[in-house]
Design a binder for this molecule. Structure first.
Ligand code: TXA
Ligand code: MG
Length: 304
């Protein structure tokens, strides 16, 4: 399937799998409630959880959301790339109510993936694209994994190869004081280097509505920060390991970027062994490590 097929399907109000640098998205046109509702149905996603609108140009983003200087400078610094900006909604038809889950804000992102950009620049509307997994499950990072999760609901699966980043975009809210809502490849420190200090995290109420407690979860229970795996468990290793049970290596060289790129496919691979439990080595908090640990804590059901 080609980007032209994807453009045709989107224009007709149908769903596609959209490869991005982070994870595969389940795409639909953001200006058509009848198309957007299919996304919620395919994912089994609660309607109160708003979607990210993906755009191909900064001008398009600025037509949909109200950009202040902070938004502009962040977009200049990190777009196209794994950063989502939450700003006041400006055109509430371009990002329909259902896409925004009724909020008066909108999340916008320009992904750094050649096929995604070709599709997004080839249509006259924004494209909602949550991760293409069923709600609560690990995000897909290959076209095959996307097809396994939600293939029955899409017209076109665009195969853009394995996602190089592997965890979802960083989400920063610019409603009032800037806040880091979801950790991703763009770190808190990188955001602060551009717009100055971020507000401290506190109440979950300030965080993304979609930050559910059990998320990114494979079928087997997940236990994290495990140095010495217990007999029978499937072990996600980070560096050299002596365990003689099943091991899926996140990064033999202890590289957090490589571990992020492999994280979700490793969880899927471990699940296919039907282990009683998946145990995961401690991962350092450096760089994208914060995002990895955030996803792992949720996969383990630790975050309320
Ligand atoms: O990397 C990504 O962002 C991927 C790829 C496909 O682009 N997409 C993705 O979408 O992760 P999704 O729907 O799985 O995550 C969107 C996150 C959710 O946590 C949601 O609650 C938050 O963004 N979000 C969306 N609109 C928001 C808003 N107006 N205010 C606060 N959070 C919002
Ligand atoms: Mg998701």
């Amino acid at each position: 399937m080609s980007t032209a097929d994807a453009i045709r399907a989107l224009t007709a109000g149908n769903l596609i799998h959209l490869p991005t640098e982070t994870v595969y998205g389940l795409g639909a046109r953001a200006d058509d409630p009848a198309a957007v509702i299919k996304v919620f149905e395919a994912k089994g996603r609660p309607r109160f959880n708003p979607l990210i609108v993906h755009v191909g140009t900064l001008e398009q983003a600025e037509a949909i959301g109200a950009f202040d200087d902070r938004a502009r400078v962040l977009a200049k610094a990190f777009w196209p790339g794994p950063l989502t900006l939450v700003v006041p909604a400006k055109d509430t038809n371009a990002a329909c109510d259902l896409a925004r889950a009724g909020l008066d804000s909108v999340a916008l992102r320009m992904p750094a993936h050649p096929q995604a950009l070709e599709v997004l620049k080839g249509v006259a509307f924004g494209v909602v694209a949550p991760s293409a997994n069923r709600s609560g499950r690990p995000s897909p990072t290959t076209a095959a994994d996307a097809a396994d999760e939600t293939g029955a609901f899409v017209d076109v699966t665009l195969d853009g190869g394995a996602c190089p980043v592997g965890v979802e975009s960083t989400v920063v809210s610019l409603l009032g004081d800037a806040r880091y809502l979801r950790a991703g490849a763009v770190t808190r420190a990188q955001v602060e280097a551009v717009i100055g200090p971020l507000a401290a995290d506190e109440a979950e109420g300030h965080r993304s509505p979609g930050r559910l407690s059990l998320h990114y979860a494979p079928d087997a229970p997940v236990r994290i920060n495990v140095e010495n795996p217990s007999p029978g468990s499937a072990y996600l290793a980070f560096g050299p390991v002596t365990y003689d049970g099943p091991v899926v290596q996140l990064s033999g060289a202890r590289d957090v970027n490589e571990a992020a790129a492999r994280l979700f496919s490793a969880l899927r691979a471990a699940d296919k062994l039907y282990p009683p439990v998946i145990e995961v080595a401690p991962i350092p908090q450096d760089g994208i490590g914060e995002a990895i640990n955030d996803r792992l804590k949720r996969a383990a059901g630790f975050v309320g």
